[in-house]
Ligand binder design. Structure first.
Ligand SMILES: C[S@@+](CC[C@H](N)C(=O)[O-])C[C@H]1O[C@@H](n2cnc3c(N)ncnc32)[C@H](O)[C@@H]1O
Length: 265
């Protein structure tokens, strides 16, 4: 995940909000944003710079951010010239109120296209930044996002490198990395952002991700795996050691719609 959500331990008997991976965010939002705002958070050091670079020139564009957190990234994009920004987050803890350019909506993004701020509209950029894991129907939501793109639009989607989770679970469970990477089903851990909150995640592999994009009628125009620069490694040696050990980081995908005449019913 974004920033440094190092699992504290494998949970024993803590509630896991079985069946709804989004629920913990009602409690986690402030801890997450506190961690994200640290100078040495992975988000500040590598994730946001990579995401921002992939977005390119944003001047005059419309942006929809699904799982936007406190909305700060959209505030920045609006400040850099984006014409219209809509953010949707279930936690509803936002940094700024609405303005002419910015609308932050407290809602479940699984139903994003029914929202009045979205219905009937097209967007130049649609973002799933470390939020895609909370989609109930991953292929379905991507198809619906694809339908909301302008002709030249793209989706920017980031996910945690799945090998990281496999490495962490192998260490916590004294198991082997390959077995953890290829295991199926969900796993739970106590969040490093708030020890009172247990996160439940579905396992995924790189091929799962690529197949999800393909099934939704999207192609990968570019992918990057941002990591610390040499200067950052020297400045933040602990972060470097941790990132090295767990391959901690994200994969950023720039996804475009396949030709519209190809049917993806
Ligand atoms: C790891 S944070 C990422 C936040 C932000 N995109 C960023 O890059 O910093 C995941 C976000 O997804 C939001 N989220 C989780 N499930 C959601 C849902 N069903 N609908 C809307 N937002 C959701 C959480 O509240 C949280 O803000």
């Amino acid at each position: 995940m974004t920033t440094s959500d190092q699992p504290l331990s494998t949970p024993a008997a803590m509630p896991t909000h079985a069946g709804d991976a989004s629920k913990p965010w009602n409690d986690l939002a402030s801890g997450y944003e506190r961690a994200r705002s640290r100078a040495d958070s992975l988000d500040n050091l590598v994730e946001w710079p990579a995401q921002r670079a992939m977005l390119g020139d944003i001047d005059g564009m419309s942006v929809l951010d699904l799982g936007c957190g406190n909305g700060e990234k959209l505030v920045r994009l609006a400040g850099e010239g984006a014409r219209r920004c809509v953010g949707v987050d279930i936690s509803g803890e936002f940094v700024a109120g609405p303005s002419e350019r910015l609308d932050l909506v407290s809602a479940d993004f699984n139903d994003f296209d029914a929202l009045p701020q979205v219905a009937g509209q097209q967007f130049d950029r649609i973002l799933f930044l470390q939020s895609f894991g909370y989609a109930k129907d991953p292929v379905g939501i991507l198809k619906r996002a694809r339908a909301r793109l302008t002709d030249d639009g793209f989706i920017l989607l980031t996910r945690t490198q799945p090998i990281r989770y496999a490495l962490e679970r192998a260490e916590a469970n004294s198991t082997l990395v390959g077995d953890e990477y290829f295991a199926s089903g969900a796993f739970s851990y106590v969040s490093g952002w708030d020890s009172q909150v247990t996160m439940t995640k579905q396992r995924y592999t790189i091929s799962n991700l690529i197949n999800t994009f393909a099934q939704a009628g999207l192609w990968i125009e570019a992918a990057v795996e941002p990591h610390l620069s040499e200067e950052q490694k020297r400045e933040f040696p602990d972060k470097h050691a941790w990132a090295n050990r767990y391959l901690a980081g994200i994969i950023v995908f720039k996804l475009r719609s396949l030709a519209r005449d190809i049917a993806f019913a």
